[in-house]
Structures are given as C-alpha cells and as structure tokens.
Design a protein around this ligand. Structure first.
Ligand code: ATP
Ligand code: MG
Length: 586
C-alpha cells in the first residue's frame, strides 16, 4: 500500500475529550473518529487492526471446534420476555418499535436469539455438545460511555454459547474455552489474569473474567501473592476478620455527637478507630426495605447483597422512607424500632459479643457498649458475607493477605447452567431415549476493547507499538526520493517486499522525513525501513524496531537480501508471540 493513495489523518494534539492513552492515541493515529457519544467510526488503518483481532479470535474459536454464525442484531421483544430479561435488562437495552408497533431491541447479548435458533436443531444427545458463536455488533446504552472504544454504546463482541447434555460436558467445554481465551489474548500480545467473577444477571454457577492489569481499569482484582487465587473484588469472599485483639471504646453510654453522621466523622470526633463503630446501611431492594449492619471500616458489597436478595435494583432509602420506618438518618443503631417491613442483614465479620459504638436512633446521638447479642437473636436475622474485600484480607483459598490491582475486563466466560435451556425448553433425548433439559455455557470477548487495551499496554511517548500479529502493516517504508530514477529504485524494493508477502506501507507522500518518522512512530508499525539520503548517497538502509527504538544501519546489497533480512526480523517478532500462545498449552 502506498501512503500517497491511503488515508493517514494523524494529529499532533490530543483530543479534548480523551483522558486515557488508548483513546488519545487511537484518535491521533487516525484509527477511529468519534461520531457521537459512545459511537466510533473505524478508519482504514484502525479497521485493519480490528479485523486482525477478529481473525485471531476466529481462528482460535474454530480450532476449539466452535461453529461461526451470524444472527440479526435486531431482536424481537418476545424472546426476551420468554427468558424474563425484557424487564430485567433495564435502561441499558436500546428498545424500539417498528411500523407495526412491534417492540424489539438492538441485542446487547444473544443468549435468547441463539437458544431460539439452536433449539430445533438439537434433538438427541448425539447432536451435543455444540458450541456456536458470532463476531458481531452489540448495542448497550451505557450510563457512562467512556475511554473511547473501551466502553462504547455500539461495539463488536465475539459471543459464544455452548449446549450440553450434562454438567460434565459443560465443564469440559468451559475449560477448553478458558484455554482458548488465554491463547487468543496471548496471540494479540495481551497478558491476562483469569479471575473468579460474579455472574450478574446472566444466572449460572461459575464465571471467570479475563483481566488486563492497568491503572485505568474499572474493575478491582484481588490477587493472592502465595497461591493461584485471583478474584473480582465484587465476588471475593471475606472469610475472616483480619483484625485480632481489637480494643472496644470504653464505657456504655449515650454520647452527644452533634451533626456527626458518617463513620469517619464520628470516629474522629470520639477519637476512636472506625472499626469500633457499627455501620448501618438502609436500602430499598425491588420494593423490600433492607437494613444492613457492617463493621465501621467495611464497605457494603452491593453485588453480594443483590445476589443474596435476588434483586435487580438496589438503592439507598430516601429520608421519607426512613422516617416512615422510624429510622433516624445518620444515627441508626441496633435499637431501632423493629418493623415487619424491614429485613435485617448482619455482615458475617461482625463480632456479636464486641461492644461497638452505634447510632442511638436519636438525632445527634450515638451509644457505646452496643453488643448485638442484646438486640437480636441470631436465628432471627440473616448473617451473611456482604462486605467488600480489602487489601490484607485473608485469601479465600489459603489465608495469605490479599493484594489488589486495577484491571480491564477483556473477556468473560460463564457456566449458565439451565437458566436459558429451561426458559426455552431446550431438551434432547438422552441415550435411554428420555427427554433431558440441556445445560449451557456462554463466552464473550470485547473485540474493540481488546484493541484499546493493547494500546494501553503498548505505548510510549512517541505513540503506539503494535504487536506484529495485529499491526495495521508490519513494515513502514520511509523514502525521500525526488527524481524518477531514485523513485524507480525504491519502487522495485517496495515491489519485492510486496511480492514476498510482507505487509508494507510505503510512505511515498511528498512530506519531510521528520514528519514521516513521527507518523510511523505514532501509528506504531513494528518495523520501519528507511531508504533516505544514506541509501541514495551511500547505499545504506536503516531498519528500526519500533518497540525498542533500536536502529540498525547496514549496506544495501540486493532486494532478495533485504527481503530475507526483514522476513527474519518479522519471524522473530512472530515467534515471541507464538511462544506465549504455546505456553498456555493446547
Ligand atoms: P462491563 O462490566 O465492562 O460492563 P460486562 O460484564 O457487561 O462488561 P459482558 O456482558 O461479559 O460484559 O460482555 C463480554 C465482553 O464484551 C466484556 O468482557 C467486554 O470485553 C466487552 N464489553 C462489554 N461492554 C462493552 C462496552 N460497553 N464497550 C466495549 N466492550 C464491551
Ligand atoms: Mg462481565
């Protein structure tokens, strides 16, 4: 490809609305353009990268025996009603009505569609297992589309769904997908950590997210420094209080705490540790009122609570609701006036015999010496783990203190179980001829998010350095020839590279060398071949490795030699990635 007939709209300045490196660089390198909030157009260079990522995903999925499909993006409301998700999905779903007033949505995910499609095609256990997938557009009306294509409203996902006769078969495919995912990410140069994850509104038993450690990550991962455990903080069980030998606040009395409502304010005012206080969180959960007690230094993990309650929407109670229930905002303690309407949940870290300070259920007052045993019978309340894990909490597997990292979720695998196969009544005849409900798995990868995440990991002050497997072109040939004879010489080298199957972008634009160098470093072609003044005057060529920025100048001999030299260098880059893939295993 010649740059003179290509489109390379690079920019020096960062776009104003971009805050993370990948977003800035994708815009500056001319890979994408924003069309509206959370909507991006891919320009030719960007699309080449996206297609290469899709290619890696496709070849690994095919290798694992999955079958590629393509389904309509527009999906009828009926199938969502059948699974019960038409209401559950909430505002994230783009809904619309056609001219006949039929309701549909732009698919945010395709469990329902694939279930309906696959159901009549599987009749016997002999038709199973089957793993079906597509690489296609998804729509999600995200509350906060941000970080460019990392969280957009329209994006490409590889979504796969597997159907099985039993759990053993599901587990086998799940493990294959787990490996396939690690091979896919390694193939595009991403180092990922699989973490135990929450199944959210997907239902199902096991799920893991593939995380790329990054300071811009929206997820927090807990990692055990001694064993293999890693989890999404949303899911990490807090099995035991790491604090021992806690000293309670002396006395048992009513304390005047004027306008001190938060745990921090009260602890500071009383000159005690936050852990000596009882935190009360009043919530509304799908129409039920819930009051949760935690130790003062603990945050509520809403996810754990939601899973326990099986609720969709959880929000703090409003002042009017609190008043109706006799709760005093900011000063709630275990002595609140009990109500049938209020469900009490006590975090399992709370020590029932410890004398805490809690709200006195009276404005501007707290009470010390509060022991839960004096207020509740253990069997009357729910005691569960609802606190958010923290650095230093014991690892749920081995007890070592956990560490934490921020991570970007690039993929997610689930064991769905029978949630959808029951809803859509997907049964097959087993080997005894008995109708058996199938069980399912589902597996997603965000293709555009992967592209941005690679940039997050592979950038420097000059721009991007693409892993060779997904680079828009492998080699950028920079020349500065002016007269026809020199141009012809370079053209013959360019043609030799093309003929050898090397993906080369020849920057033959009528621009200065400095400008061309900057563009090639910004866009991030893995190798740059310069045929400049040195070539024309002394017969020298310069080859730059973009990642290390190490340059080598050698005499030019023949086109064949040059092709051979570049092929060797490309091979070395490919082998490094391939080794990472092979390390995952097959
Ligand atoms: P998140 O927690 O980041 O919102 P999710 O859990 O909703 O993601 P899944 O439903 O598991 O995502 O979708 C599978 C994959 O699709 C994710 O791992 C991610 O890579 C990608 N993805 C999800 N939402 C978006 C989005 N708004 N923009 C780009 N990619 C996305
Ligand atoms: Mg997810």
């Amino acid at each position: 490809m010649k740059a003179s007939s290509y489109l390379i709209p690079t920019a020096k300045e960062d776009p104003q609305d971009a805050v993370v490196a990948s977003h800035k660089l994708m815009m500056r390198a001319g890979l994408v353009r924003k069309s509206a909030a959370g909507l991006y157009s891919y320009l030719p260079l960007g699309l080449r990268i996206l297609k290469k990522i899709e290619g890696i995903v496709r070849s690994e999925m095919d290798r694992a025996g999955a079958l590629e499909f393509q389904l309509p993006i527009l999906t009828p409301s009926e199938i969502w009603k059948e699974s019960g998700r038409w209401d559950k999905m909430g505002k994230e779903m783009f809904r619309l009505k056609d001219r006949h007033d039929n309701e549909s949505c732009l698919g945010p995910t395709h469990e329902e569609s694939f279930c309906v499609l696959v159901k009549p095609m599987v009749r016997s256990y002999k038709d199973l297992p089957i793993n079906v997938y597509q690489i296609h557009t998804k729509f999600r009306d995200e509350i906060r589309p941000r970080f460019g294509v990392i969280r957009s409203r329209e994006f490409t996902m590889k979504d796969a769904y597997s159907f099985h006769l039993d759990d053993e078969s599901l587990d086998k495919t799940y493990q294959t997908m787990r490996k396939t995912y690690r091979r896919i990410f390694a193939g595009m140069g991403l180092a990922t950590i699989p973490v135990q994850a929450d199944s959210g509104n997907m239902g199902g038993s096991a799920s893991e997210e593939f995380m790329v450690v990054s300071p811009i990550g929206e997820e927090t991962l807990t990692i055990c420094p001694s064993c293999q455990y890693s989890g999404n903080i949303e899911k990490t069980p807090v099995i035991q209080n790491p604090k021992t030998g806690k000293q309670p606040f002396a006395g048992s009395e009513k304390l005047h705490t004027p306008s001190k409502k938060t745990i921090t304010e009260v602890a500071e005012f009383l000159k005690t540790k936050e852990e000596n206080l009882l935190k009360a969180v009043a919530l509304w959960a799908d129409g039920t009122y819930v009051l949760v007690f935690l130790e003062g230094d603990r945050e509520l993990n809403e996810n754990k609570l939601k899973n326990h309650l099986g609720c969709n929407e959880l929000r703090p109670m409003g002042p009017a609701e609190m008043e109706k229930l006799g709760l005093v905002p900011g000063f709630i303690g275990p002595g609140f006036s009990k109500s049938e309407q209020l469900k009490v949940i006590i975090d399992s870290l709370i020590d029932w015999n410890f004398a805490y300070i809690s709200g006195a259920n009276e404005v501007d007052h707290h009470t010390s010496g509060i022991k839960l045993t004096n207020f509740f019978k253990e069997e009357e309340v729910t005691k569960i783990d609802v606190s958010q894990a923290k650095v230093g909490d014991p690892c749920p597997s081995c007890g070592t203190g956990l560490t934490a990292e921020k991570g970007i979720e690039v993929g997610h695998i689930f064991k769905l179980g029978q949630k959808y196969s029951k809803a859509f009544d997907i049964t097959v005849l087993n080997d005894k001829g008995k109708a058996t409900t199938t069980t399912m798995g589902c597996y997603g990868i965000g293709v555009n998010r992967c592209m941005a995440t690679v940039i997050e990991q592979c950038n420097d002050d000059k721009g991007i350095y693409w892993p060779v497997s997904i680079a828009p072109f492998t080699v950028c040939l920079v020349s500065i020839a002016k007269n026809p004879e020199d141009i012809a010489k370079i053209e013959s080298i360019y043609q030799a590279l093309v003929a050898a199957g090397i993906e080369v972008l020849w920057d033959d634009r009528d621009l200065g060398p400095g400008f061309k160098f900057k563009d090639s470093e910004l866009i991030g072609f893995p190798i740059r071949l310069t045929l400049g003044k040195g070539f024309l005057e002394k017969g020298e060529i310069t080859v730059l490795d973009r990642k290390s920025m190490v340059e080598e100048t050698v005499p030019f001999t023949t086109n064949e030699d040059l092709v051979g030299k570049l092929q060797k260098q490309i091979q070395t880059l490919r082998e490094t990635l391939q080794n990472a893939v092979e390390q995952v295993g097959t």
